[in-house]
Every structure is written in structure tokens, then in C-alpha cells.
Design a binder for this molecule. Structure first.
Ligand SMILES: *Cc1c(COP(=O)(O)O)cnc(C)c1O
Length: 384
């Protein structure tokens, strides 16, 4: 292996997450696995293969490039849905391939219709409505025009879905806002039904909404973070704790482990400064190990003198600043440590564990951000 670290992705953890989610969601609701951000850092190709082997046939991406990767990896003609960016230049390819996509403004709708007329293939669209997230979506006062366009162009569009997105269902402080969004979505749905405009699937929920607001589940849910084994927030977990099965109070399991190895070790005298500048002075005679992982690999500079790693089953601290390519860690109290020994940055070693959450807290990143910042070129391998 030429790279300085690698990521392991556990297929048994993935399987158990999907099993839990299916049970929790019930038989009426399909799961769309969200694979934006390189599948939350896990690698789109890895996750599509794992998900399909667990029976998933629906994937959501942010952009067209991600959708292509899903499309090319899928072995089961899974549905691919783009929730965000498509360059107008790419729209014809997207429609021709049968990739589904969100429509949240008239520009995209009109482009889709005109391309569909030209290539004689209907565009598979999901109409996104504005319920209070205030990022994208059709407004209430745009509905008449929208409905007339949709009716006039029936043969050029397939109405795959009516959707919206909640503004922070993972936090109780947004409770009133989410409740209003649910109400608003129902109003939209009813309005379309009254116009005899029906959609194949109604969908609104992300992980947090599915776990906390059962009425948001509907036909399809778009699950990201929970499928990768994380509660959207600690709060979400606390809220659900009572209702989890007695024999399975910890049903979501992290898939990812991040490992490297020691590059070299070195003795440092008391009073010497370690690394750049003077942020760490050795308080005693020390032995340090250099680990070839730095901020260019996603190990944040915020972890200077803060981060922890596992060596020989023991948690040891980062000493000095995180540099572009490496960190120094204190191994003074460990015995028989040498170059080549395994270093765990995230995951288990012996009886100890460094979780993404604890790692994230000390680098002030949330799970989502930390995962997606893991560079694409770190090798990822599937393990049991
Ligand atoms: C990212 C995203 C999701 C998934 O969110 P999680 O919190 O990871 O489950 C669902 N819907 C939309 C529109 C998104 O952008």
C-alpha cells in the first residue's frame, strides 16, 4: 500500500443499520440511501454495492456527477435521484438515462420539458415545494402557473414525487418550525390532489425526521447519516432511547475505521519543543512517534495538542501542531512500540475506541463534516 492511511468499511455494521431502519420505518416506506458527499466519505461505489446487496434500490445524490457514479455502479437498475445541482448542459443526458431529479424552479422545469420534446423521452421529476427551509422549492403563489405547465405537458414529464426538506429535525429547538413545515406540506399535497395532479411518491423525511416524526415517513425516506451508523445528534438518540428494543439499545453502528502506522519514533529531552513553533514543550524526557497523517488527509489542525489516537490498545495524545502530512504522538509510557505498528485514528483497538463523535467534538466538526472531509484518495476497503 502506497498511501499513508486507509479506511475500513464494515459490511456487517451496514447490514445491521439497514435492518434496524427497515424495522423502524415499517413495510410501507421505501429507503432511498443518500450518497452525496462521496457517500458521506465512505465512497459512492462501496456504498452502492453494499446497499444493493442489502436490497436497497433507490439512491439520492446532490449533483449530476454523483448520480453518474451511482448509475455506473448499480447492478440492479436502481433508481437514482438528484436533489440539487444539474448544469443545463447535463440535463439532456440525465433525462435520456432515466435519472430522476428535483425541480424547484420554472427554469429547470421549462428546460426539462423542451429537452423531453426534442429527445422524445419523458423527464422523471420530483416537484420540491417551499415549506419553510427557505433554500429551494416552489412557493405557494407559483402553484397556478406550475399546475398549468404540468397539465399542458403531461406526456413530457413523469411526476415521480412531491417533496420538501426539513430545517433541522434533529434538534428540539426547531420543533415548532418542523411542525409548521409538516402542515404546510400537507396543504400543498391537498392542493395538487384537488387539481387532480397526483405523484407516484410523497417524500419529506431525512434520518432525523424519520426517527423523530413518524408522520413524515410516507412512501419514501431519504436516509443519509443513520445508514452510516450515526444518530443525527445526541439529542435524537436520547429522544428515541426509551422506544428502542430492550435487547438493542445501540442499533446504529459506525461503518468506518481509519488506520495508519507509525513512520518512526524519536527521543525528546525535557524542555525541548516538539514540531513547529513553541506550542508544545516536553515536560519530561519523552518518546514520540510520527504518524504520517495530517490536515491534508482530513486530520484537522484543530486537533493540535488536542487529538488522540490508539497505539497498542492505549489512547495517546497528539503533541504539538498537526502539520500538512503528519502528527507527533506521545508514546513515552508504552513499551515495545516501533515503526510499522498500527495506529487507529477512528475505530477500535484492543478494548479502547475512538469514535467519530469524540474525534469530531475535539475538532469542532460534526459527524457529517468530518466524514465528508476524508479525502477521496485515501484507500477504502470493505471488511466484514
Ligand atoms: C442530505 C439530505 C438528506 C439526508 O440527510 P441525513 O440527515 O443525512 O439523513 C435528505 N434529504 C435532503 C434533501 C438532503 O439534502
Amino acid at each position: 500500500m502506497r498511501q499513508t492511511s486507509y479506511l475500513e468499511i464494515s459490511q456487517s455494521a451496514y447490514q445491521s443499520n439497514i435492518e434496524f431502519l427497515r424495522k423502524d420505518l415499517g413495510p410501507q416506506t421505501e429507503i432511498s440511501v443518500v450518497v452525496k458527499g462521496n457517500a458521506y466519505g465512505h465512497g459512492i461505489e462501496n456504498i452502492v454495492a453494499l446497499a444493493e446487496s442489502n436490497g436497497i434500490r433507490h439512491f439520492s445524490t446532490f449533483s449530476a456527477d454523483e448520480a453518474w457514479r451511482v448509475f455506473q455502479t448499480s447492478k440492479h437498475q436502481s433508481t437514482v435521484m438528484i436533489m440539487g445541482m444539474i448544469n443545463p448542459d447535463d440535463l439532456a443526458d440525465v433525462i435520456a438515462t432515466g435519472i430522476e431529479f428535483y425541480v424547484f424552479d420554472f427554469e429547470r422545469l421549462e428546460q426539462a420539458i423542451s429537452i423531453s420534446k426534442k429527445i422524445n423521452i419523458p423527464a422523471k421529476i420530483h416537484i420540491e415545494v417551499e415549506t419553510g427551509f427557505h433554500r429551494t422549492g416552489f412557493e405557494w403563489d407559483e402553484l397556478d402557473w406550475l399546475a398549468s405547465l404540468v397539465k399542458e405537458n403531461k406526456e413530457y414529464i413523469e411526476l415521480k414525487g412531491l417533496c420538501t426538506h426539513y430545517a433541522g429535525a434533529e434538534s428540539i429547538s426547531n420543533y415548532v418550525r418542523i411542525r409548521n413545515q409538516i402542515k404546510q406540506y400537507r396543504k400543498f399535497k391537498k392542493w395538487f390532489s384537488n387539481q387532480e395532479i397526483l405523484f407516484e411518491k410523497y417524500h419529506t423525511a431525512c434520518s432525523a425526521a424519520s426517527l423523530l416524526y413518524p408522520e413524515t415517513k410516507m412512501d419514501l425516506v431519504r436516509i443519509g447519516i443513520a445508514s452510516y451508523g450515526f444518530w443525527p445528534t445526541q439529542e435524537t438518540y436520547m429522544y428515541r432511547f426509551q422506544s428502542l428494543p430492550v435487547d438493542n439499545k445501540n442499533p446504529l453502528k459506525r461503518l468506518i475505521s481509519w488506520k495508519s502506522s507509525i513512520m518512526n519514533t524519536k527521543k525528546v529531552k525535557m524542555g525541548d519543543f516538539i514540531g513547529y513553533g513553541s506550542s508544545y514543550m516536553a515536560p519530561r524526557n519523552m518518546t514520540i512517534a510520527l504518524v504520517p497523517v495530517g490536515y491534508c488527509h482530513g486530520f484537522s489542525r484543530m486537533l493540535s495538542n488536542q487529538g488522540k489516537v490508539l497505539i497498542g490498545g492505549v489512547i495517546v495524545p497528539v503533541v504539538g501542531t498537526v502539520t500538512m502530512n503528519s502528527i507527533a504522538v506521545d508514546i513515552t509510557d508504552l513499551e515495545k512500540v516501533q515503526a510499522g505498528d498500527e495506529v487507529v485514528l477512528i475505530g477500535k483497538q484492543g478494548n479502547q475506541e475512538i469514535s467519530v463523535a469524540s474525534f469530531g467534538e475535539s475538532s469542532q466538526q460534526v459527524n457529517y463534516e468530518l466524514l465528508t472531509r476524508l479525502p477521496q484518495n485515501i484507500p477504502r476497503k470493505i471488511v466484514d
